[in-house]
Design a protein around this ligand. Structure first.
Ligand code: FES
Length: 310
């Protein structure tokens, strides 16, 4: 007997009774991860069942053992142990590339943050994922959270590589600070390079992953300013995040929001621009209004107009 199974966002394929989902998936040409060779030891073949759970074989002893160890939610199954008993099964692969392996299987070590309490000049960087609501409306909750995690990992890696620290992740944005251990001109250049690298890495992630599996392209808007701020840790015990406060923080946030009105994905203040080692005198200059300020504020458009999304 042959059934049809739908691998959401990828392809539908046939599965013979008594064949495992992993075997059928591999036969259908899908590069389905199976590091232990289908022995219920690695969990890289794991899938999320979105529909038709009742048409699957129940977990066997080996699967139950691994599921209990890994504390999988009820709708996560091992493709190498699961068989299909009727049509109407819709699943998603969880591990699609090496970064997913890090995210879900091997894990990442947490950052060891030193205690800081100071007033100093720093570079302040805000990033916002643009027009994310259509993606949320079109995709399953699993996909939405998965993509936000992938993006946050990308942002965190690039920012950390450039000696920055993320102060806050919001649902669709990031606030980061540079200059804990270096002078402000160096911090500004690091933050600027981080912004540029985020744009190029995001471009690759869009082409190689998000467009391929989710038929969507993510864009971001970024603002960068620098100035004297108060830095401290205000949390309790392990939950001890930094707080960075002061007017320059509000200005940097305002620059990020001005990316929409100026239709440019990377806006820096004139103060930051003057400190950049790698700048182009032809870069367009604009003025924006800051809340409570009588004078217009000078900014530079360092990015590109937003692409049409979706
Ligand atoms: S391939 Fe290793 S648990 Fe399925």
């Amino acid at each position: 007997m042959i059934f049809k199974i739908d691998l959401i966002n990828e392809k539908s394929f046939e599965i013979i009774k008594n064949q495992t989902i992993l075997q059928a998936s591999l036969e259908a040409g899908i590069l389905h991860y199976h590091a232990c060779g289908g022995k219920a030891r690695c969990s890289t073949c794991r899938i999320v069942v979105q529909e038709g759970e009742e048409n699957l074989s129940p977990p066997n002893k080996a699967e139950l053992k691994l599921r209990n160890q890994k504390k999988f939610p009820g709708n996560v199954r091992l493709a190498c142990q699961t068989r299909v008993t009727a049509n109407g099964v819709k699943i998603q692969r969880i591990i699609k590339d090496e970064a997913d392996l890090d995210l879900y299987v091997y894990g990442k070590s947490s950052e060891n943050i030193q205690t800081v309490g100071d007033e100093k000049s720093m570079a302040l960087f805000f990033l916002d994922i643009r027009d994310f609501t259509p993606f949320i409306e079109k995709h399953l909750p699993f996909d939405v959270i998965h993509i936000v995690r992938r993006l946050n990992i990308l942002f965190n890696e690039v920012i950390t590589q450039h000696k920055g620290k993320i102060i806050e992740f919001s649902g669709d944005g990031v606030y980061a600070v540079f200059g804990f251990d270096e002078p402000v001109d160096e911090a500004v250049n690091n933050a600027y390079k981080a912004g540029r690298q985020i744009l190029s890495s995001l471009h690759k992630l869009n082409d190689n992953y998000i467009a391929k599996y989710f038929d969507y392209k993510i864009d971001v808007g970024m603002g960068l300013h620098a100035g004297r701020v108060i830095v401290g840790k205000t949390g309790v015990k392990e939950n001890n995040p930094y707080t960075v406060m002061g007017l320059p923080v509000n200005v940097a946030s305002r620059l990020e929001s001005s990316t929409k009105e100026l239709n440019n994905n990377f806006i820096v203040s004139e103060y930051v621009y003057e400190m950049l080692a790698d700048k182009n005198d032809l870069t367009e200059q604009k003025q924006i209004n800051l809340k409570g300020a009588s004078e217009p504020f000078l900014v530079r458009l360092m990015g590109k107009p937003f692409a049409k999304l979706g």
